[in-house]
Design a protein around this ligand. Structure first.
Ligand SMILES: CC(C)(COP(=O)(O)OP(=O)(O)OC[C@H]1O[C@@H](n2cnc3c(N)ncnc32)[C@H](O)[C@@H]1OP(=O)(O)O)[C@@H](O)C(=O)NCCC(=O)NCCS
Length: 238
């Protein structure tokens, strides 16, 4: 049974069991104010850790030099609202901006349901130094046919504008790829970006994705990218 400090007995785990089992948890480097307790528990036959903040537990998947990548939790609603109500953030992405905090909550519920249904979903990016929510990154199982592909893993990211230009997206994307190839043992990961989205195309190329072709997505020309496991393994600075 999943259990962590302060966890309500009988409450189901917040993410898919396989994902829990694969979670990578930091301890010493975790900001002090969050590190109220760390428990190690067995779930689905494997051990994992959970952190608790206030009354909730969180699964942390990756740590980088400057970032913590953890499951998205309901408390991220303010960050999601700021992110998804910003027209500039949405300039090159299909989804429309939102107007209410309830829409941000709905997005969070949607992502958390993916953790359960697919064992994977986007993660929150937290700056270690400040404990601030920066945005999201991670892998998503795409079930809708896109450029003749279906049921594939997509790398994505979306950062609050004030955090652009620091290399955070690149750092988070590398960690996401590492998780996909190392922990999920994927054979390939894909991504796409509006051809005019210079920042995103830049990140994808920097982290090792290979431009394959252009295609049309909802009437807009996009670049389609792929990275194979074998190529990832050979990369020197991964
Ligand atoms: C796409 C997006 C995530 C890119 O963010 P970003 O901050 O420009 O991405 P990066 O992490 O590559 O950082 C950019 C720059 O930070 C600079 N930088 C500053 N400090 C750095 C550091 N310590 N390490 C690395 N780069 C650093 C680099 O110069 C880098 O640019 P360069 O590679 O051209 O030199 C951001 O524009 C965004 O969220 N857009 C809205 C959502 C979106 O479009 N998502 C993608 C949909 S396909």
């Amino acid at each position: 049974m999943y259990k962590a400090c302060g966890f309500v007995s009988g409450e189901p785990p917040s993410v898919g069991s396989e994902q829990l089992a694969r979670a990578v948890i930091v301890d010493k480097k975790w900001p002090r104010k969050l590190a109220c307790c760390i428990h190690k528990r067995s779930y689905a036959g494997k051990s994992h850790h959970a952190h608790q903040t206030d009354n909730s537990t969180m699964i942390i998947f990756k740590e980088t030099n400057r970032l913590i990548l953890r499951e998205i939790i309901p408390k991220d609603e303010v960050g999601f609202y700021e992110l998804d109500s910003d027209a500039e953030v949405h300039k090159y992405i299909e989804s429309k901006t939102i107007d209410t905090i309830e829409q941000a909550r709905e997005t969070i519920r949607f992502i958390r349901q993916q953790y359960i249904d697919n064992g994977i979903g986007r993660w929150a990016i937290i700056e270690k130094e400040t404990n601030n929510f920066i945005g999201w990154t991670g892998l998503k199982l795409i079930r809708k046919e896109t450029n003749n592909h279906i049921n594939y893993y997509d790398l994505g990211y979306r950062l609050l504008k004030k955090y652009w230009g620091n290399g955070f997206a690149t750092e988070a994307a590398i960690a996401s790829l590492d998780y996909g190839f190392d922990k999920l043992a994927l054979q390939e990961i894909y991504a796409d970006a509006n051809i005019e989205n210079v920042g995103s195309n830049n990140v994808l190329k920097k982290v090792g994705l290979r431009f394959v072709e252009t295609f049309e997505k909802e009437g807009i020309i996009h670049h389609w990218y792929q990275i194979k496991r074998d190529d990832w393994i050979k990369m020197p600075n991964r």
